[in-house]
Structures are given as C-alpha cells and as structure tokens.
Ligand binder design. Sequence first.
Ligand code: ZN
Length: 52
Amino acid sequence: MICARCTKPIKSDEPSEKVEHHGGTGAGATMDVHARRCQPAPQQTSPTRRIR
Ligand SMILES: [Zn+2]
C-alpha cells in the first residue's frame, strides 16, 4: 500500500496507521500512513482547491 502522507510504499513489515480522510462529499475514506513520522510529499501541483 501507499502512504498517503509521503506517497511512498509502506512495506508489510513497517508499522502503519489508518487515518480518516474526509472528502468534500461527506464520504470519508480511510487511508494508510506510516506510523512513524515521514516527510510529507511536496505538493507542487495543487489542482483546484475545493471550497464550498
Ligand atoms: Zn509515509
């Protein structure tokens, strides 16, 4: 699986944790991130930010 924070692969033997990610539609998604602190991926491309 892919870490939602740093977008790097999480190995099966690496500790990970699930985080709730709430989209604008109200449908929440559960994403996996490294349990340890990892560097967030730089967001150079920021498509239309949803403001409601
Ligand atoms: Zn990570």
